[in-house]
Each structure stands twice: as C-alpha cells, then as structure tokens.
Design a protein around this ligand. Structure first.
Ligand code: MLT
Length: 408
C-alpha cells in the first residue's frame, strides 16, 4: 500500500487565502445584493503596462516564425533577463550580483516553498510571527515543523519570533539556534521594514551559526524612504549566508503572468556544497523555465519606458495605502505599515478578535480583509488590508469602514 506524506495530514484546515476566499464566497452567496470590496489577498488590479504588452506581442510574433521560435529555454532563465536583473536591480544599487547567481522562476511563492528541497529535514526553522503562511506550511509539509498545537496556533518544532508593536514588528535573533531563518522586508503582513543595522545583526548571526537567511524582498519596489534597504545583499557579509527572493508580481503586475527570481550567491556554501549548485540541480530537474514570452515582458520592465510606467502603477497603489492608513487613523484606529509596503496592519478596536473583526467588517462595511490571526498567534487582534485595489473602491471601502465605526 502506498504511503502518503503524513505531514499533509497535520496541516490545519486550508491555506489562509483559500479560507478567506471561501468565507467571502459564503457571505456573497447568502447576501447576493452585497457589493464586496476585496482588500484581502494581495493581488494587483492595474493592467500590465504598455512596454510589457508591446514586448510580449513582439515575442508572440517571433514565436510564430521558424527563426524566432523558442522551445525549452534555459531552466535558469534567458541570459537577456538575468543580465537585466543583475544590472538594474543590483549593480545600479551598488551590489555585485552576477547573472549566474540569478534563477528566474514562476513565482516567489513557489521558490520560497521549493527552496526547502535543498535543505535537510532536521534543520531548525525560525519564522516571524505573524508570517506569510507559505514559509510555515511548506516546512510543515517537509516535516521540519513537527506537530501543530491547536491551542497555541503553532507548530511545536518551529521557532516563532514575535513581531509586535514593542519591537517595531522586526524580530531579533532567537535564543535557540536557528538553521533556516525566513525574513521578509518590507514585511507581509505587517508592512514593517528593517534597518540596515537590524539586518546586519541577522547576517552576523547567520554567519556565526552556519545558518541561512531566506530573504523575501518581493515588496522592495514599494519602499519610499531612502534609508530603507531594498536587498539583503546591501548588507556586508550577506553573500555567505543569504538567499533572496524577488518577484515581478507586485512590482510589475505579473500575478497572472508569473515571473520572479531567486538569487543564490556563489560564495554561499553549507555542508561542503555550493547552494547555487544545489538550487541549479533542483531547478534543472524539476522546472522547465518561464515562458519566453513572459521573460521578454519582464525584460521590458527594465527599459526606461517600462520603468516609468510601472512606477506610475506603484505610485497608484502607494496612494491607496495612504488613503487607507490616513482614513482609518483619522477614524481612531491604529494602523501600521503602508508607508514602504502595500499592506496596512490594523489593530482591531476594543481588543476584538481578528476573525470577529473580519466578519464584522465584511458584514457591516462589505469590505473583505485578511484576519491577522491567520498569519500566526501574534497576528491576533489585527487585520491586514491591501493597497492593491481600485482607487475609487479603496476610497469607498475606507468610507464604509468609517461609517461602520460611527454607527458603533
Ligand atoms: C498575500 O496576499 O499575502 C499575497 O498576495 C500572497 C502571495 O503573494 O502569494
């Protein structure tokens, strides 16, 4: 009889965003007249920019010719895209990342989950709390998280690093030794950022302990303040202890187009092996690359027109973040994030539970959010709102929440 991966049986309920979608669907079915504004999952709403569309059209035409046809591409991504990424995202900011250290993929979510393939099952894993659920669930699937303790809302083998108001939602290294450390800045879900000094503490910790930092910087394009680091590789020593994940999803509206990349520096070695070689082995075995057409679209993001056009979209979302942050703060709610990130982390009023406030806002204001408790125990008492909605809808959603609060 075949044996299943029993770790899957330990996973609680469904994936957070599926559960939120299920509850929204159930509410809509029961209230067909309700017009729900979704500020829940962080999915973009602005269309792809003209430079990307033009590049993809050209690539489609090429694919229809014998000379321009592309079959399987390099699993790591086409050189034209890896070189553009190295030049624009790293060299332009003073970082030395080589094209061969960049692995183009179909998403930061997949890479954050798949990276676990190259690490042993007995590594200790540290995550922020609250946390993007992919880091937790994929480690649970791989057997690195132990058992889920329902009463605590935690896995017994994971190291949870509380990210709370008192520490500015930015954790310090734990007292236990952590082998794999997931950090995400600008943070999903709190919208917090880390300073260079804070990241340096992590880099020194990882180098001293032989740990690896898995740094998710999918939201770096939303940074507005000049002193906030965009990449872990801005920090001295990171090349011997960190892997970085980035994505075109939120930066260039590629959630439906699928393109991202992961940087594994050549100097990063553990157990006598280069992690770059291990990841290359994993990708070449299990992944066939991102479509040529999509990679040409991603390349266009780095042209002067493409850059200007995507920055307009990012500014649009940043204005939404400001509308949410300022509108709800003025209504007496406590809001965090939303300055260097597309997420606003809102404290529920009167100590109300996350799911309770989620239900209330859905029912009374017809706004869908994400309950903070779904991101981990320290998320209890918060909800997350995203700035990726339509601008008019966002203004109305904020007005409806304010009106709900006025009604009491
Ligand atoms: C989120 O809402 O946290 C993100 O959209 C999820 C993702 O990027 O996978």
């Amino acid at each position: 009889m075949v044996k299943i991966n029993e770790n899957y049986l330990k996973l609680p309920g469904s994936y957070l965003f599926s559960e939120v979608a299920r509850r929204i669907a159930a509410y809509t079915a029961a209230h067909p007249q309700a017009r729900i504004t979704k500020l829940s999952i962080g999915d973009v709403t602005r269309p792809l920019v003209p430079a990307v569309i033009e590049a993809m059209h050209r690539a489609v035409d090429e694919m229809g010719t014998a000379e321009g046809f592309h079959g399987y591409g390099p699993e790591q991504g086409y050189p034209f895209l890896r070189e553009a990424i190295a030049r624009h995202d790293y060299a332009a900011r003073g970082m030395d990342v080589k094209p061969e250290e960049i692995f183009v993929s179909d998403g930061a979510k997949s890479d954050c989950g798949n990276i676990g393939d190259i690490f042993g099952a007995d590594n200790t894993v540290a995550v922020c709390d609250p946390v993007y659920p992919v880091y937790v669930d994929t480690n649970a699937m791989a057997g690195r998280a132990g058992d889920y303790v329902e009463e605590l809302g935690k896995w017994n083998k994971l190291i949870y690093m509380p990210c709370v108001e008192a520490n500015g939602f930015s954790p310090e290294p734990p007292s236990e030794k952590a082998d794999l450390i997931y950090l995400c800045f600008p943070n999903n879900p709190t919208g917090a950022t880390a300073t260079r000094e804070q990241l340096k503490v992590w880099v020194d910790y990882a180098n001293a302990n032989g740990s690896v930092i898995l740094y998710d910087s999918a939201y770096e394009a939303f940074i507005t303040r000049p002193d906030v680091p965009h990449s872990i590789f801005e920090i001295e020593g990171a090349r011997t202890c960190a892997i970085e994940f980035r994505s075109f999803s939120k930066t260039a509206g590629f959630t439906g187009n699928r393109c991202a990349y992961t940087v594994v520096p050549m100097e990063l070695e553990r157990g006598g092996a280069k992690l770059n070689s291990l990841w290359n082995r994993r990708q070449t075995t299990k992944f066939n690359g991102v479509p040529y057409i999509v990679q040409r679209g991603a390349e266009a993001v780095y042209t002067p027109q493409g850059r200007a056009q995507i920055m307009e979209n990012i500014a649009y979302y940043q204005r939404n973040a400001q509308v949410i942050r300022e509108g709800l703060t003025a209504a007496g709610l406590e809001c965090f994030g939303g300055v260097d990130a597309p997420y606003i982390w809102l404290k529920t009023p009167n100590g109300m539970g996350s799911w309770e406030f989620f239900d209330l806002v859905l029912d009374q204001a017809n706004v869908a959010t994400t309950p903070g408790a779904g991101f981990g125990p320290s998320g209890e008492g918060y909800i997350r709102l995203t700035a990726f909605g339509d601008a008019g809808d966002t203004v109305q959603a904020v007005d409806r929440i304010r009106e709900m609060l006025r009604r009491g």
